[in-house]
Design a binder for this molecule. Structure first.
Ligand code: BG6
Length: 486
């Protein structure tokens, strides 16, 4: 009998060169542009994945003295002697002043540039501005005629609560159809997050056990060693819950929890992700810990009495047949002991202790599938195995998957991948308005009445209260604490 296949499944095509277009970067002198967007665009350029002809227009309230020099610094090249590739890239750069009140010069500059490069693709407009500034900027894009025919990329957090997210979505929809809006959550562009989809749905071994009958809990743990690093302006408005949890961590949760899609395409995945978010039980302040690292209030731009949380740990629940009763523990924070992005799926213990030994007292870790969502994606299934030698002594061991070593090929950095997707109109890895609203609805109780803020020392694993959230054997990280693991 022929193998069942999904009808009309599009075959994955090799990465292609997008059509000629103008790219407008609002926030081009900011932190995100320097760390991710400009390096991402340059990487695509080096790989021949930028359009044949393009122009990058940086824009903002104040023109920097030397925009090209600033870009060179972000790319770590010598602006005067950066090589032929850099010179060609630098020739595409310009900066035009604009603001929410006045975008006339920018609109003119875009039209001029489009004529010069024979643009035949949608202009890409990247709105990397603080959440409160975004709605007025979108209105300006509508008024000046920049928006029609553009692909608009917006950065999280989308709004700051349910009401503002709905209002922002309405503003966006006044100027553009949903299909032209790319809500970026760069965690979805990370190779290992996509690999999680591949592991789950390209193999037959995981799905039969991927449910409440076999899984006892899931941990999504994203500690960061870095602190707010001069981003007080953004962080004081946002905090860890909005910056990381309502966005990146819950997006990872959706990839772990979604039902098998009928195919891997934007519509099918979107439907399944939305169903997860709609089934999220409203978060409970009694099962959440908010922390602030010692010294945060001394940072430039932070209020002396700031109540902004730099750490969150919480328990989330999903009301579906697959996940009823399974806690999802989420944790993230700044200035912690280690920088990791680790997903741990814990499985039920064997029903009988045929090897004897002491009854599990909670200190022994169960079998766990551990996924490292790092630039060097790795996964391991941790099990009990026989220790070599006489007798039948058991110890911890692991089956491991090392994607980098297996494929001998580097992945794309998330932003480069997602910028390329926008230029080729691939919406697979972007979130949509209904998802954002469902997420804010689940998050609203914690926004209305957050748990008390507890302080924690820099370089620690956060407040003690967060340890108590997860029953024994507790958080998988730090792994140094796990007996038998070196
Ligand atoms: C960003 C947050 O979206 O993600 C930052 O605003 C955070 O606060 C960053 O540090 C983490 O992303 P990555 O890719 O560096 O792990």
């Amino acid at each position: 009998m022929p193998e069942p296949t999904c009808a009309d499944r599009p075959q994955e095509q090799p990465a292609r060169r997008p059509a000629n277009r103008v790219l407008v970067l609002f926030g081009a002198t900011g932190d995100l542009a320097a760390r991710k967007l400009l390096p991402g665009l340059f990487r695509l350029f080096q790989l021949g994945l930028m359009p044949e002809r393009f122009a990058i227009i940086g824009s903002g309230r104040h023109a920097p003295d030397d925009f090209t020099g600033l870009v060179a610094k972000a790319l770590d090249v010598d602006p005067d002697d950066g090589g032929e590739e850099w010179e060609r890239f630098a020739a595409t750069l310009s900066f035009v002043v604009s603001s929410a009140e006045d975008g006339a010069d920018l609109a003119e500059a875009i039209i001029r540039a489009e004529a010069e490069i024979d643009a035949d693709g949608d202009r890409l407009v990247y709105l990397s501005v603080p959440p409160k500034a975004a709605p007025d900027m979108v209105a300006m894009l509508g008024r000046t005629g920049i928006a029609p025919g553009c692909a608009l990329v917006v950065e999280k957090p989308f709004g700051h609560d349910l009401a503002s997210a709905k209002a922002f979505n309405a503003t966006l929809h006044e100027v553009l159809p949903e299909e032209a809006i790319y809500r970026i959550d760069h965690f979805l562009g990370k190779e290992p997050v996509q690999n999680l989809l591949a592991l789950r749905f390209a193999n037959g071994i995981f799905e039969p056990i991927w449910n409440r009958d076999h899984i006892t809990s899931v941990q999504i743990d994203v500690p960061e060693a870095l602190d707010i690093e001069g981003r007080a302006g953004f962080y004081e408005q946002t905090g860890a819950f909005r910056d990381m949890v309502v966005t990146h961590l819950l997006q990872i949760l959706a990839v772990v929890a979604l039902e098998p899609p009928s195919r891997i395409d934007p519509e099918a995945l979107h439907r399944e992700r939305t169903k997860v978010f709609e089934s999220l039980v409203r978060l409970d302040a009694g099962r959440a810990v908010f922390g602030q690292y010692d010294g945060y209030r001394d940072s430039d731009g932070v209020a002396d009495d700031s109540q902004v949380e730099t750490f969150v740990a919480l328990e989330a629940r999903i009301d579906t047949w697959r996940w009823a009763g399974v806690p999802f523990y989420l944790r993230t924070g700044k200035a912690l002991a280690e920088g990791r992005r680790t997903v741990t799926i814990a499985f039920r213990p064997a029903p009988l202790r045929v090897f004897g030994g002491a009854a599990p007292d909670g200190s022994t870790r169960p079998s766990e599938l551990v996924l490292e969502l790092s630039d060097d994606p790795r996964a391991a299934i941790h099990v009990q195995a026989k220790v070599p030698g006489p007798g039948l002594r058991l110890g911890p061991a692991a089956f491991t998957l090392d994607v980098g070593a297996d494929f001998r090929q580097d992945g794309f950095e998330a932003y480069a991948r997602l910028l390329h997707d926008v230029m080729t109109g691939d919406r697979l890895l972007f979130t949509r308005s209904e998802q954002i609203e469902a997420l804010w609805a689940a998050a609203q109780p914690l926004l209305d009445a957050p748990p008390p803020l507890v302080s924690y020392p820099r370089g620690s694993w956060g407040p003690q209260e967060a340890q108590a959230l997860v029953p024994a054997p507790g958080w998988r990280l730090p792994e140094a604490d796990i007996a038998g693991l070196s």
